[in-house]
Design a binder for this molecule. Structure first.
Ligand SMILES: Cc1ncc(COP(=O)(O)O)c(C=O)c1O
Length: 353
């Protein structure tokens, strides 16, 4: 029996995706060659790249005028590619500081120009999303993080601004419906809801590019990668292929509308237990709770050994909180079945008795 995998990332992927991926490593498309030993310029792989790109556009319902590219370097490289490509020389960028990843992103932007931190929840351990902040009209863009993987908070409503809107969606892309055309740039490391580590999805509105007045090295220039269909250099073929398989799985299972219902059901089950079981307390403010990463703690920390033994015995993996927060974090990404959440809830109930 497989473990109940609550890992925060890399994390659970659908079983059928893992099976297809391992088959393709042996023999891809009946070529008698492995997926990872053929040219990325071969017809078979070019088709994979095109299919993955088109699935992203279709699932997110993107209008014309957006490009979809698959890069390397993780979401962390996007922390600097964003200002490189969007922050004008002598310009200013606005950042909403909602967690360690947002903070890392804004530290990179400070290397390129002025950074205005429009709101921060740092003083309360990032357990909520700041609201009612204003963005000055001369900011080139506002950068937000839709879901704070470490702290378990999630932006429910995105700000309306005159500046460009940039979003790090690494830990909740493809998990909930929204109007994706409100963003000018979206990026996400693949290793949560899309695939294995090794590729980063970038979605960018074409008209925003080429306006900074700055020379950009080729590998860091979105326009270069767009003009070469993500093949300016050798793409991470395995990561792109598995991402394509996961997106096909998502489409086959009803797309984002269906997965969102399942994600809400899973989150409701777990938060209800946290709120009704006197042994546990949630970490994030209720209105900002994430439907992807559920952070909680024991009221009586001396019970941690007992609780840890219980969930380990139940076949649960990856429940420990991030080292900067402690406690527990259940990551309930798209591929995690509700049955695994039920197992966790049963374990929590056992501790109560
Ligand atoms: C919201 C968010 N942004 C950025 C990152 C960094 O991603 P990477 O490790 O791909 O650079 C992570 C990693 O977990 C994340 O959760």
């Amino acid at each position: 029996m497989k473990k109940h995998n609550f890992s925060a990332g890399p994390c659970i992927l659908p079983q059928e995706v893992l099976k297809k991926a391992s088959d393709a490593v042996q023999n891809f498309n009946g070529l008698d060659l492995s997926l990872i030993e053929i040219s990325h310029r071969s017809k078979d792989f070019v088709e994979v790249m095109e299919t993955a790109r088109n699935l992203v556009k279709e699932l997110l319902n993107l209008p014309e005028g957006y490009s979809v590219i698959f890069l390397q370097g993780g979401a962390s490289l996007q922390f600097l590619m964003t200002p490189y490509n969007l922050l004008k020389v002598d310009g200013k960028a606005a950042y909403l500081d909602t967690g360690a990843w947002s903070y890392k992103a804004l530290k990179e932007a400070e290397l390129f120009g002025e950074v205005d931190i429009v709101g921060s929840s740092k003083e309360k351990g990032y357990n909520y999303i700041p609201k009612n902040y204003s963005v000055s009209s001369d900011a080139d863009y506002l950068h937000v993080t839709s879901n704070n993987t470490i702290f378990g908070t999630q932006i429910k409503e995105f700000p309306k601004t005159d500046s460009l809107l940039v979003c790090d969606m690494s830990s909740d892309i493809f998990s909930r419906q929204m109007d994706f055309s409100q963003f000018d740039l979206i990026y996400a490391g693949a290793q949560k809801n899309m695939g294995p580590a090794g590729t980063t999805l970038v979605i960018v509105k074409d008209e925003t590019l080429g306006k900074t007045g700055r020379n950009i090295p080729s590998m860091l220039d979105y326009q270069v990668h767009i003009s070469k269909d993500s093949m300016f250099n050798t793409p991470p073929v395995f990561a792109v292929y598995v991402s394509m398989l996961t997106l096909e799985w998502l489409k086959k299972n009803g797309g984002i509308a269906e997965i969102e219902k399942k994600n809400e059901e899973k989150a409701a089950l777990l938060y209800t237990e946290i709120d009704s079981n006197p042994q546990f307390v949630g970490y994030a403010e209720k209105e900002d709770r994430s439907s992807m990463n559920v952070t909680f703690n024991l009221v009586d920390k001396s019970k941690s050994e007992e609780f840890d033994a219980l969930w380990n015995a139940a076949g649960i993996n990856g429940l420990k909180g991030h080292r900067s927060v402690g406690g527990y974090r259940a990551s309930i990404y798209n591929a995690l079945p509700i049955e695994s959440v039920k197992v966790l809830v049963d374990v929590m109930k056992k501790l109560n008795n």
